[in-house]
Design a protein around this ligand. Sequence first.
Ligand SMILES: Nc1ncnc2c1ncn2[C@@H]1O[C@H](COP(=O)(O)OP(=O)(O)OP(=O)(O)O)[C@@H](O)[C@H]1O
Ligand SMILES: [Mg+2]
Length: 372
Amino acid sequence: MPEIVLKNVTKRWGNVVAVNDFSLKIPDGSFMCFLGPSGCGKTTTLRMIAGLEEPTAGKIYMDDKLIYSSEEAFSLRPKDRDVGLIFQSYALWPHMTVFKNIAFGLEMEKLPGQEIKKRVQEIADLMAIGDLLERYPSELSGGQQQRVALARSLAPQPNCLLMDEPLSNLDAKLRVDMRTELKRIHSETKQTIIYVTHDQLEALSLGTQVVIMNEGKLQQIDEPMEMYKNPKNLFVGEFVGTPRINMVRGDLIEQEGQFGFKSDGIFFPLKGIEGLRAGQQVVMAVRPEDVRLTKPGKESSFVFTIYSTLPAGADIFARIYKNKTFFTVRQEERVIHTPETAVGIDFVEDSLLIFDAQTENLLGKTSLIKKG
Ligand SMILES: Nc1ncnc2c1ncn2[C@@H]1O[C@H](COP(=O)(O)OP(=O)(O)OP(=O)(O)O)[C@@H](O)[C@H]1O
Ligand SMILES: [Mg+2]
C-alpha cells in the first residue's frame, strides 16, 4: 500500500496556474479528501498523480519511488502506477453488460471464473446493483451507472484509489448510503484513497485527513475535527461547517482598562491572547453551536433580538441581531422564538477565533469575560 508524496508540484496552462507549488504527503492507508471550491485544482492534482496530466514543475513519489520529475523529464506511464481511477465523468463500456464492466479488471488479472463471479456479485451487492448485472449501461439511470463505475474500480482492489466526486450523480439518500459503504470498504481494505469533493460534509465525514485547496494553493491539511475546530485561516473556517461560521470585522481595543473586541458599537470583553494587542484590526469568528442563547439582563450583558428562527429537524437555528451585527445560533432549547424577542448571548469557553483582518490567518482563540 503506497505512500504518495508531491514535492513543489505546479501545473500551468498559459496564464492559468491550476496548481501552485503544492507539496503534500499522503500517508499509506489514509483516506485523504481534497476539498475546495470549483476550479481550485482538485481534478488537476488527481490527474497528475494518476499520470494523465504532466506537471509543469515538481516531483511525485509513490513509496519512495520517483514516478514523475520535471527536472529529470521522467514520467512513469499511468498503467505502471497501480492506481484505480473513478472520475467525475465515468465512462462505462456501452457494449458490455454490467457484469462484464465490473469483471473487466479481474479478467485482466486472470483470476479463475468462479472467483470473478463471486467478487463481482459481492461488490455489486454492496453497491445495491446486484440485480442489474445482465443489463447494459444504456439501460441504467445515471446513479446506477455511477455505482457500476465505482464497483468496477473497487473490484480489482488496486493499492491506491483515486476518486473524483464519485457520488455526484446520486440522490441525497444514496449518497449517504454510499459514503457509509466507502468508509466501510476503506476500513476493511486499508487502501490508500484520494477522494476529491467540493462537499465539505462529505470530506469531513469520509476523510481520515482533509486537504483544503483554494486557487491552486494548499490552505490546510489536518484531521477533519482539527480542521473544523482550528481553521488556519478565514477561508478554511468559512468553507467548512454548515451553517456557516459567524464572522464579525472589528478592532481589538482597550476600554476602561479592559481588553476586548469592538465592532458596530458592541464591546466584547475578552481574555487576553498571547501576542495580541489593542489597536489591531481583526475578524472575530464563532461557530453557531458555540453561541448560547440566555436570558437577557441577568445572565448576559448582551441583548440581541431574534430576527428569525429556522427549525431543521434535529436542530433549531436562530438568526439574531444587534445593530447591524447578525449571528446564527444553534439553539440548545427546542423553542421557536417569535421575531423581535429579546435574548441574551454567551459563548462557549475558548470558542472565539480571532483572525488577522489583513492576512486572514488565525491569531488565536479566546473566551468572553463573564459579567460579575
Ligand atoms: N486542459 C486545461 N486547459 C486549460 N485550463 C485548464 C485545463 N484543465 C483545467 N484547467 C483550469 O485549471 C483550473 C483548475 O481546474 P480543475 O479541473 O483542477 O478544478 P477542480 O478543483 O477540479 O474544479 P471542479 O470542482 O469544478 O471540478 C481551472 O481554472 C480550470 O479552468
Ligand atoms: Mg474537478
